[in-house]
Design a protein around this ligand. Structure first.
Ligand SMILES: Cc1ncc(COP(=O)(O)O)c(C=O)c1O
Length: 488
């Protein structure tokens, strides 16, 4: 099965509708997530009394890039984004990043999780009255999944590596029915898959929503993140501007699907996939542990459209960790202002979580490699913010001592001005196929995907476009479901 299965199971669907009625659940459509002006006024009025992170079913309507950036009572405006000036990035190209902090849960993966669960719920494939939703992830996706489950009246199990930040576990303890810690760090994805296998054979009635192979993840980013990026371009492009490409880490390769959307609008644009230098799987079939939380690796996600990827860059996790200190310590911020970075930008640098810093560095590398000038625009996303990593900053202070002006000068020179085009590969046809072929060992050998499908991913022209077309069909199912629930 390539596309998202939309087969309806009547009895289970009836039970899901009953559950939604009891819990007063109304489900947003993709069209509304892309354009919240389509959300009924009644729901907007209800949101005025709801906090951004509250476990309230109305917050399903806040699964959009367009939330007003406030903690409570906000409605909708333009897409949240931050443009990083040359005084910071050191390149003349414009680097513009979508901001994930203003999603409920503080990270955009709440949308990807929604897009995996909702098609199963509105078709009746997932029965919230008997089944648990299992969310294997490297961090934010399982937080998003646990949160969406709570809002949609479903029980959940979150799975993530034990080495992830303390903030994630503390929050999950309050939201998820159960949290399972798997051995190792960030890039130990195989251990997560092993745990899923164990659960599958445990006799419990569960459904596993694996972000690494769920096309709902791909579709949400293609459709919702892609359109949000298009809107940002409409807002920011001048007469001479050129959109040159987007860069994204490929944790589950969901976010990078927005590049597929933009490439259809701008066929000359580039898609840059990034990963940690300490775990250079895409670059050189490598492996290792790293500290860029959320971006996994040691395998190629099943939903990564590698045929459309133009470049791979690997980012040193030391650069990410040190720049996070530069961006968040008072001494670091004062140094940046002294170097001419506008204070208004400096004060917002906590919008960049670790993978956000890594994404911006990926844009800088691509901008340098392609010799971009001030008319060129690179896009990326800030999946989450520093709010999820405060404990890491304290740990670094304990380990290395207080952050000094000398540290700031060194980090600025080495990791911003000094960011080079090392550890970068522009992909030829055969390089893309080499990355695609790596999927075989994880997915066909170990995870029950078929030889036929891995071939179709590469050779069948409609494989990816068929998924891209599914949002309208799912929206019709959601609308029908809401109608039968009867709350609108
Ligand atoms: C903090 C963080 N950054 C980046 C990513 C990667 O995004 P994607 O999984 O869409 O490739 C994730 C994924 O969960 C994440 O949690």
């Amino acid at each position: 099965m390539t596309t998202i299965d939309l087969t309806v199971q009547k009895d289970r669907r009836a039970r899901a509708i009953q559950r939604a009625r009891e819990r007063k659940i109304i489900i947003p459509t993709y069209a509304q997530m892309k354009d919240p002006s389509k959300i009924p006024a009644k729901i907007k009025a209800e949101l005025a009394k709801v906090g951004l992170w509250d476990v309230d079913p109305r917050n399903l309507f806040r699964i959009t890039w367009r939330n007003q950036p406030v903690a409570s009572g906000g409605t909708f405006g333009g897409v949240n984004y931050l443009e990083l000036p040359s005084s910071l990035t050191g390149v003349p190209a414009r680097i513009i990043a979508l901001v994930g902090k203003w999603f409920p849960t503080g990270a955009h993966k709440v949308g990807a999780a929604f897009s995996c669960l909702v098609p199963r719920l509105v078709t009746g494939q997932f029965d919230p009255t008997t089944q648990k939703a299992v969310w294997p992830s490297t961090g934010n996706y399982c937080r998003g999944g646990a949160y969406d489950s709570a809002l949609l009246g479903c029980e959940s199990i979150a799975i993530l590596p034990e080495g992830m930040s303390k903030e994630r576990f503390e929050w999950l303890a309050k939201i998820a029915g159960e949290t399972i810690k798997t051995p190792g760090s960030e890039s130990n994805v195989k251990e997560i898959f092993d745990k899923c296998k164990e659960l599958r054979t445990s006799g419990q009635d569960l459904m596993i929503f694996n972000q690494f192979d769920e096309f709902g993840n791909y579709l949400w980013h293609y459709e919702v993140t892609g359109h949000a990026m298009e809107d940002v371009l409409k807002q920011t492009m001048g007469k001479n501007s050129r959109y040159r490409g987007m860069a994204s880490a490929t944790g589950s390769a969901g976010t990078i699907a927005s590049g597929d959307y933009l490439k259809q609008l701008f066929p000359d644009s580039k898609i840059v996939a990034s990963e940690a230098l300490q775990c250079p799987t895409l670059l050189e079939n490598g492996f290792g542990a790293h500290r860029i939380e959320g971006i996994g690796d040691k395998h190629v996600p099943w939903i990564h459209n590698t045929k459309n990827t133009d470049m791979v860059v690997a980012i040193d996790d030391q650069a990410v960790v040190n720049l996070s200190r530069l961006f968040n310590e008072e001494t670091g911020r004062a140094y940046l202002v002294e170097k001419g970075v506008p204070e208004a930008v400096v004060n917002q640098l906590d919008l960049l979580g670790f993978s956000g810093v890594s994404n911006v560095l990926s844009c800088i590398k691509a901008a340098k490699y392609y010799e971009m000038d001030e008319n060129d625009i690179m896009l990326t996303v800030l999946t989450d913010s520093m709010e999820l990593y405060r404990s890491r900053i304290h740990e670094l202070n304990r380990e290395f001592g207080q952050y000094t002006e000398k540290d700031a000068a060194a980090d600025f020179a080495r990791y911003l001005r000094g960011e080079s085009t090392d550890n970068l590969l522009e992909l030829r046809y055969t390089d893309r196929r080499r990355v695609h072929n790596l999927k075989y060992y994880t997915w066909v050998e170990q995870q029950d995907k078929t030889y036929d499908e891995i071939q179709r991913q590469w050779y069948e022209p409609n494989y990816w476009t068929d998924v891209q077309k599914q949002a309208d069909e799912i929206d019709e199912l959601i609308a029908e479901f809401n109608k039968e629930v009867g709350l609108l």
